[in-house]
Design a binder for this molecule. Structure first.
Ligand SMILES: *Cc1c(COP(=O)(O)O)cnc(C)c1O
Length: 356
């Protein structure tokens, strides 16, 4: 039996989108490939509210995170972390020999504009990484405020992780001045895992020109130049199957309407948050609660593992807490094309199992 996924990625993929993955192959150096990849880029520019170039990567989102930090840090990166995925930026920097400092908030709390200002005012950093939506804690950072601060430092490259929010929340790349905005396909975009996308500004491209060892596969400058010189083609063979599905899914997203899609994610979030407040507690400050997943504090001391076993028999799966938050919290994702009635059915089943 297929279990409906309420984990924060991968998400369930609509049948018609899945079928697009089975489209017969085309050559990756053909005119059709250029056209397909160009169309996807144009739609992603709309979704990201940007005029910047889009790069598609046959990798998960972490690949582009590595590409961004390695390709564009000239002096030192300031990594702001509100959980496990924030910390990952720092691990990536270390593994690539890129100089970086880690600025951590307590889990459940956001990155504050003051923290960012304080760090950047030292003049030590020329790249900053921010997590828009932290999937380990369920925090959505206050990007209006944070981006205003980063704008005071025009020499700094602003890199943002929107892996678990692009397609589920409004992300205004140009308004916020984001130089590299990264997402994966398997979360709010509602596609199978295996492809990542990012926008890249001219400023980030120019920064990369000053970096000598940018690696090979995730060299953002090489990817950018190939897109420009070969009409949206890539240095190596991309997952054309993902391209077909992504192109189609972006049409579906536009048909739904961006504002309606973001509103629907908010409605799902409100349903789960209200349920959580009634039966448990929210882990994160509600002011910063994520629109794409909710982290619930396990105030009843239930066994999350057992709950998930029983849910599995009924055809559902949720996520335990991340890392140290395992069993202390659990996470319910409300991403992509999850029908509201499925979400309600999940909550009813949890109540039934726990006798709430
Ligand atoms: C899932 C996730 C990642 C990692 O993405 P992959 O596509 O698995 O590489 C990074 N950041 C956030 C916020 C995520 O939710």
């Amino acid at each position: 039996m297929h279990k409906k996924l309420f984990i924060p990625g991968p998400v369930d993929v609509k049948e018609d989108v899945l079928e697009k993955m089975a489209t017969p192959m085309i050559g990756h150096r053909s005119k059709e490939a250029s056209e397909l990849q160009r169309n996807i880029s144009e739609k992603l520019m709309e979704l990201m509210y940007t005029k910047n170039q889009i790069i598609l990567s046959t990798s998960s989102g972490t690949g582009l995170m590595e590409g961004a930090v390695r390709s564009c840090t000239r002096k030192k990166a300031a990594v702001f972390s509100v959980g496990a995925f924030g910390k990952r930026w720092h691990e990536i920097a270390e593994a690539n020999g890129v100089d970086a400092d880690l600025f951590e908030s307590q889990w459940g709390e956001p990155t504050t504009p003051e923290m960012v200002d304080q760090a950047l005012s030292t003049g030590l950093y020329d790249l900053v990484t921010i997590t828009h939506n932290e999937t380990s804690t369920g925090i959505m950072n206050p990007l209006n405020e944070i981006s205003s601060v980063i704008k005071k430092y025009p020499e700094v490259i602003f890199v943002m992780d929107t892996v678990s929010s692009l397609g589920g929340a409004k992300i205004e790349v140009d308004k916020w001045g984001v130089d590299i905005c990264i997402a994966s396909t398997q979360k709010c975009l509602g596609l199978p895992a295996g492809m990542a996308v990012c926008s890249i500004s001219e400023k980030a491209v120019n920064a990369a020109k000053e970096v000598k060892n940018r690696g090979f596969y995730f060299d953002l400058l090489k990817l950018y130049n190939t897109i420009k010189n070969k009409d949206h083609q890539y240095p190596s063979t991309p997952s054309i199957s993902h391209m077909f599905a992504l192109d189609y899914q972006l049409d579906r997203i536009m048909e739904e309407g961006l504002d309606s899609r973001f509103e629907r994610h908010l409605q799902m979030a409100e349903l789960v948050r209200n349920w959580a407040k009634k039966n448990f507690e929210l882990f994160a400050d509600e002011k910063y609660a994520s629109n794409s997943l909710t982290t619930v504090k396990n105030t009843r001391g239930i066994s999350v593992a057992d709950l998930n076993k029983e849910l599995a028999e009924r055809g559902f799966v949720i996520s335990n807490g991340y890392g140290d938050l395992k069993e202390k919290t659990f996470r319910i994702a409300h991403m992509a094309d999850t029908p509201m009635e499925d979400l309600s059915a999940l909550l009813d089943n949890i109540e039934d199992i726990l006798g709430l």
